[in-house]
Design a binder for this molecule. Structure first.
Ligand code: IMP
Length: 442
């Protein structure tokens, strides 16, 4: 044990680290890839976001929609770690665990950082009020959040005085004192709103302490846990919530979420330094989608977009909202490859593109009178950019039954080869349907 500890502190550990990160605006199919890769890893670790994330995994024909619980939970025996960078709605987490248990999935291996911040009922109210105020008369300032209280919880983390962490749930007296302070702050902010018990410290203490008791056996210092695992030669798989273009620093601000969804968030969100990453798998769809507000240059508000939405079942896992759909934006994707240090790419939902005569891919933007092949992360700039497309030949064949590269029609292979050339990284996984078996691995 002493030796392991020493290794953890000196960083001379031997385990490996892989990260799975979305390259677009979320919903790329990370859950499926995490599920595939979990087989070769000892632990699956979430480092950012909260119940706003929605990962769908289909195992043996059963569909699981996960929000807070790492997707690796579906593999018996894998440790599922919720790191300190995640914002945890404890009641939602308990409900999600109960729903999994009811379907025969054990959640015994789930652990939660004592330093993860807690999403409280008032955060969801604040999220709603923020959206109402921002939408104003025109509706233009609304982000279209998931209303899961994510932004307000991260704001409290930075603000400190009104923050609650998972470890606080285990100390009811201290929790009560912290909630008294938090409610004072919130009362001014939510003045005039009927908050029910959401601003009542006694009621909140009872609710949150009860949730804390249920979670008590899972609460750990996950930073040491992860370093100890690495010191033992174990392999970690980091599962990013949300996606690169929603990153609070590198996404299309202000139409973003409130965390660092990129691999850059792994260091702060788990305590495992970025230099430990051996493999970064970037997940992209064969086209683009976006939920909520903000610019999306390749959006197709027409029959093309509708067809992608229906074939791809493009409705939110978390909120059920129809997703905005459009052609593949390779300028944005290449930016995401750069930001995350992506070493290989997985192309998901490729089967959705069957039947289009031609496929458009965006390879540059027209912006302020000239052409650029650089992404424009500022939302105002990106909103003014118009896509420059290259047209590739489509494919008519159904590809849901393809299992090997050779099974794909020539035009489908050409589309993938074009992506590889443009991004400068190999495509190592192609998904042609929701099932585990509907996957080509290169
Ligand atoms: P929030 O994360 O609820 O604050 O929402 C901020 C923005 O990110 C909204 O446009 C949401 O629709 C979007 N968003 C957050 N999480 C996800 C996700 O996992 N998939 C897709 N969009 C997301």
């Amino acid at each position: 044990m002493d030796e392991i500890q020493q290794n953890a502190e000196t960083g001379k550990s031997t385990g490996t680290c892989t990260s799975v990160v979305g390259l677009h605006w979320g919903d790329e199919g990370k859950g499926k890839v995490v599920d595939l890769l979990a087989a070769e890893h000892d632990a699956v670790v979430r480092y950012n976001g909260g119940a706003n994330a929605g990962h769908t995994v289909v195992v043996g024909g059963e569909r699981y929609a996960l929000h807070l619980v790492p997707s690796g939970i579906l593999y018996p025996g894998k440790l599922a770690v919720v790191g300190n960078g995640v914002v945890v709605d404890p009641e939602k987490l308990i409900d999600e665990m109960a729903a999994l248990e009811a379907r025969g999935v054990s959640t015994e291996s789930l652990v939660v950082s004592s330093r993860a911040h807690v999403v409280a009922p008032y955060h969801k109210l604040e999220d709603e009020v923020r959206e109402q105020i921002a939408s104003g008369a025109t509706g233009s300032g609304a982000i279209g959040t998931t209303k899961r209280g994510i932004g307000p919880c991260y704001a409290d983390k930075a603000q400190r005085a009104s923050a609650i962490r998972v470890g606080d749930l285990l100390r009811p007296e201290m929790l009560r004192a912290r909630l008294e302070v938090a409610c004072k702050f919130k009362s001014t902010r939510l003045a005039g709103i009927d908050a029910g018990d959401a601003l009542n410290p006694a009621a909140l203490t009872a609710r949150l302490a009860s949730a804390g008791e249920k979670l008590r056996p899972r609460v750990r210092d996950t930073t040491y846990l992860l370093h100890d695992l690495l010191a033992e030669g174990k392999s970690l798989l980091f599962e990013g919530g949300n996606a690169t273009l929603l990153d609070v620093d590198h996404g299309t601000y202000p139409f973003v979420t409130s965390s660092n969804c990129t691999t850059l968030g792994i260091s702060t969100g788990t305590g495992v330094p970025g230099r430990r990453l051996d493999r970064v798998v970037g997940i992209m769809k064969a086209y683009c989608t976006r939920v909520g507000g903000g610019p999306m240059p390749t959006e197709q508000v027409n029959e093309i977009g509708n067809r992608i939405r229906e074939r791809g079942r493009e409705y939110g896992t978390t909120t059920g909202r129809p997703r905005r759909c459009g052609w593949l934006d390779l300028v944005a994707t290449r930016y995401s490859v750069m930001i995350n240090g992506v070493t290989e790419v997985a192309v998901m939902l490729f089967d959705v593109l069957t039947g289009f005569e031609d496929l458009q891919v965006c390879t540059a933007y027209n912006f302020e009178g000239s052409r650029t092949d650089r992404f424009l992360p500022d939302a105002v700039d990106l909103g003014q950019a118009t896509p420059v497309y290259e047209t590739l030949p489509g494919f008519a064949e159904e590809i849901t039954g393809a299992r090997r590269w050779q099974d794909l029609p020539a035009n489908a292979r050409g589309y993938i080869e074009f992506i590889e050339r443009f991004l400068g990284v190999p495509v190592s996984i192609i998904s042609v349907g929701p099932g585990r078996e509907q996957t080509l691995v290169g």
